[in-house]
Design a protein around this ligand. Structure first.
Ligand code: HEC
Length: 225
């Protein structure tokens, strides 16, 4: 009987120590009955490490690769030379947002003077290729909103060809270049944003290609699908 009471007390003490103090605040690190994953071998930012031969914790980019957030330069960067033009940014210019102040702009931005954006074959071809990779699954290769995903009835993507959507005079349906750019960057409604995947320049190339698709649809009289 004595042992029964003793073990009873003992179990009671364990339960109180494990659960009874929950909610009370302490500066001390929490008691860990089992080793949590808080403690494991890891490297902290900018810290040294003996694990690597060069003694640095952080690794240098692999030779010949380009870190995310930089535009792939026209030629491979030589040793020590840095690609300088940012391809993904959070700046406020028209080139980076599609907006001029509070309004969407229309037309290609002119602020990149070193390698200006112009409607030429190479730029539109680039847009075609990127559109094929990122947009056609939902919006369809022709831009009619009937990509492969439409067959599964999950969602209806925007139809770029639909009459009205191509007409700047139709304020309710027409999307200005900057508005399309913004939708690519941030998404809208059921569509997710692609700002993290598609460089600024490629987003404008896609916009240019969408205009080409719309023109083609207009010319062939296919805009009423
Ligand atoms: C996963 C499918 C999917 C992909 C991929 C996709 N979209 Fe969309 N998109 C949608 C859907 C769905 C809508 C309708 C959104 C809504 O109204 O809820 C839409 C709407 C739009 C709109 C109209 C938004 C508005 O103003 O109402 C534009 C412009 C657009 N997409 C452009 C693009 C471009 C350009 C790409 C490629 C970079 C792309 N989308 C990739 C599904 C997609």
């Amino acid at each position: 009987m004595k042992y029964f009471f003793l073990s009873y007390l003992f179990i009671g003490a364990i339960i109180v120590s494990a659960f009874g103090l929950r909610g009370s605040k302490s500066e001390l690190p929490p008691i860990e009955v089992f080793d949590d994953m808080d403690h494991q071998a890891k490297l902290k930012y900018q810290a040294a490490s003996e694990f690597f031969a060069d003694g640095r914790g952080a690794r240098l980019p692999v030779k010949g690769t380009v870190p995310m957030g930089f535009e792939i330069p026209a030629k491979p960067a030589a040793d020590g030379e840095k690609p300088t033009r940012f391809a993904f940014t959070n700046g406020l210019s028209y080139y980076q947002t599609g907006k001029i102040g509070d309004f969407y702009g229309d037309g290609l931005p002119t602020e990149i003077t070193s390698d200006p954006l112009v409607y030429n074959e190479a730029f539109i071809k680039r847009g075609e290729q990127r559109y094929g990779i990122h947009c056609a699954v939902c919006h369809g290769a022709s831009g009619n909103g009937k990509g492969i995903t439409s067959k599964f009835g999950i969602m209806t993507a925007f139809n770029f060809q639909q009459a009205g959507n191509t007409d700047p005079a139709n304020a309710a349906a027409f999307r200005a270049d900057g508005a399309i750019f913004d939708v690519i960057t941030n998404g809208k409604g059921l569509m997710g944003g692609y700002g993290g995947n598609i460089t600024l320049r490629d987003r404008w190339a896609i916009v240019a290609y969408i205009r080409a698709l719309q023109q083609a649809a207009k010319d062939s009289g296919a805009t009423l699908q």
